[in-house]
Design a protein around this ligand. Sequence first.
Ligand SMILES: Cc1cc2nc3c(=O)[nH]c(=O)nc-3n(C[C@H](O)[C@H](O)[C@H](O)COP(=O)(O)O)c2cc1C
Length: 302
Amino acid sequence: MIDLTTKISTLTLKNPLILASGILDEDAQTMQRIFFNGAAAVVTKSIGTKPRTGYPNPTLLDLDHCLINAMGLPNPGIDNYLEEIAQLTTQNIPTIASIYADSPEEFTTLAIKMQTAGVQAIELNLSCPHGQQYGLPLGCDPTLIQDIITSVKHKTTIPIFPKLSPNVTDIISIATAAADAKADGIVAINTIKAMKIDLDLCKPILGNKIGGLSGQALKPIGIRCVYEIAQHLNLPIIGVGGITNGEDALEYLMAGATAVQIGSGIYTRGIDIFTKIEKEITTWMKNHHYTNLNEIIGAALP
Ligand SMILES: Cc1cc2nc3c(=O)[nH]c(=O)nc-3n(C[C@H](O)[C@H](O)[C@H](O)COP(=O)(O)O)c2cc1C
């Protein structure tokens, strides 16, 4: 019997596979489908205080081994989204609410509303490469990150997971700032800044010109970030970036992740990617004589 249960702070999950923010999570129905197709938990689309239309098209490019997106955080705003959350929580679907904002106060307001709506944890999107604060993405400023986490934790009781950007010089110092502010876990990583040029038009293709790269090409960077954070800090890490099969997920777990998220992989392997990956992990563990996920987590760390 293979035991795939895993624990992230106070959350116990039936397996380590979670839906990543931004992919098929605009409404409760699609998140329910993902859950009933094997995901242990879902992360919502990043939600802000007000409705936002996002960037003009094109917003998503499908390239070799990766996607580049510049959606621009389209979302209905918190007050129009709480009905979706209610539909998930009444069905006992473990739900992690992703929120984005410009200030500690706004993050806190959003977190309180999400907690009241019944979510199990909050993911702080500090890392969106298009969201800017004083000319820099929020996630580049350790002091601001600490202020946000401290403020949110002061007014909430559920676990708080900041999601970090790989678009920084030193991810360890950013993760350390989050840990010092008593984050309950870290999500690593969001997309990496990228661009594609149209040769005929002599200009960038995306409406926003610059976007974020996800999918298979991102995986080695995500693995490196998880490994570096796990080596320095003792708190749960949720690995994300480029997972399309069981071996990808196992790599993240061995690098020190206690769970993983899957986003772009859904475009290549379909909505039942979670069930497929669960089977692939189980088969690999059986073949390699492991019985418990805890034997794998951090196995590649020195
Ligand atoms: C179309 C698209 C939309 C996304 N929207 C969000 C978002 O709203 N909030 C967020 O934190 N991350 C967002 N992401 C980033 C993913 O959650 C994830 O961190 C990233 O894509 C790497 O994982 P993957 O390679 O499995 O997709 C988005 C990614 C894609 C492809």
